[in-house]
Unconditional design. Structure first.
Ligand code: NAD
Ligand code: TDX
Length: 345
């Protein structure tokens, strides 16, 4: 099926957004791409190196909450993929105002412009976290929304605004809810990059609680292929879950990372649990699979590749880890690490 001539990718300087820019840039040579990104602490133009100077790509620095910037960014675009969000659960527990602003009000600002312009497609990139923690069931798209932290509550707000715009104005929205992504260019605040880079630096790995919380791990390129398919084939007004079925307890993932870098398990330090920590995320992705999608990347092999990427791109993450992140890390982890217990002790 023919792809769009010109698309807007919000949050395209972040982890998944930049991977999606590369994915579409490589696979759809006829498509023009506009990136709108506020370049918060999580946005990084280095994630788009080698792409930004191509005439097919336009970058606009601006917020999705700013109606003027949004209007300029929509110019000539047939479809929008909204990745822009505040995304880190730990930060939302400290302060949620920016999450409500971007993830809810920003989504509303985009929807208004999409509606006024009559775009062909609005893809809202959401998360498995909106369903809350699973007690054994795999959530389907009609499962109740029971968010467990301020981040996921904000993402629910954005999802529901999409639903409301579709119902009220007929805006051609599709919402996707993905499980935990991993891969290159993921910010070091997140579990896998933090644990890989701490191992490379000879630091301890701060594991929350008993380490038996489970996440379904999806390699970022599989997320990109799902989004491309849903944009083309998904039914307007519908929600699609995106999951790999590769569920692992955090302790096991930490062990794999240490083993692959030849570091001892004693680097793991069990720290005080995250407040309101969702135990398990689990989704049923059969609705998406019925469109013809399946994940192509094996978990073990992709994790190995991801570890190697961080090993080989030390300059990228050392720059991210310096400056403001160092202060965040000190504030968030220092006391917890002091009081923690070492794995095996
Ligand atoms: P990220 O934090 O790496 O990137 C977010 C990007 O959005 C950054 O470039 C940042 O500068 C930009 N941004 C933030 N506020 C903005 C604003 N007001 N206006 C414009 N740009 C703004 O996030 P990510 O992990 O790449 O996640 C992307 C999307 O996917 C988010 O919507 C997130 O909720 C969703 N998601 C992520 C995961 C995951 O595992 N990372 C899983 C499911 C869903
Ligand atoms: O230092 C840590 N120690 C630790 O044990 C960190 C940062 C995380 N963890 C645990 C908490 C989670 O059980 O690892 C797991 C993964 O944590 P995060 O990387 O913070 O991800 P999570 O909270 O699962 O949320 C992610 O998946 C859904 C993304 O950050 C969200 O943006 C996405 O919507």
């Amino acid at each position: 099926m023919e792809f769009f001539r010109s698309i807007l990718i919000t949050g395209g300087a972040g982890f998944i957004g930049s991977n999606f820019v590369r994915y579409i840039f490589g696979r759809r040579p006829e498509c023009r791409i506009t990136v709108l990104d506020a370049l918060t602490y999580a946005g990084n133009l280095e994630n788009l190196a080698g792409i930004l100077d191509d005439p097919r790509v336009k970058f606009i620095k601006g917020s999705i909450c700013d109606a003027e910037a949004v209007r300029a960014a929509f110019e000539g675009c047939d479809a929008v993929f909204n990745f822009a969000a505040e995304t880190h659960v730990d930060r939302s527990i400290q302060e949620a105002g920016s999450f409500i602003q971007t993830d809810v009000y920003g989504t509303y600002t985009l929807l208004r412009e999409a509606q006024a312009r009559g775009v062909e497609r609005f893809v809202q990139i959401s998360t498995d976290e909106v369903y809350g923690s699973s007690a054994g069931e795999s959530f389907v798209v009609r499962s109740p929304l029971e968010p467990g932290n301020p981040y996921s509550a904000s993402k629910c707000g954005g999802d529901l605004m999409c639903r409301a715009f579709h119902n009220t104005y007929g805006t051609p929205v599709v919402v996707t809810r993905s499980s935990n992504n991993f891969g290159p260019w993921q910010h070091v605040e997140k579990f896998i990059p933090l644990f890989v880079t701490n191992t490379l630096e000879g630091k301890d790995l701060p594991l929350y609680g008993d380490g038996m919380h489970r996440r379904d791990w999806l390699y970022v390129e599989d997320h990109c292929s799902a989004l491309e398919l849903v944009a083309l084939e998904g039914r307007t007004g519908e929600v699609y879950n995106i999951a790999s079925g590769e569920s692992r307890p955090n302790l096991e993932v930490a062990g794999i990372i240490l083993d692959s870098l030849g570091a001892p398990r004693s680097r793991i330090v069990f720290i005080e649990d995250r407040k309101g920590h969702d135990r398990v995320y689990a989704m049923d992705a059969s609705k998406l699979e019925a469109l013809g999608w399946k994940p192509r990347h094996d978990f073990a092999e992709s994790l190995e590749r991801t570890v190697a990427w961080y090993r080989d791109n030390r300059g990228w993450w050392e720059r991210v880890k310096s400056g403001a992140f160092r202060d965040y890390y000190e504030r968030h982890y220092r006391e917890k690490l002091k009081k923690g217990t070492i794995h095996g002790s």
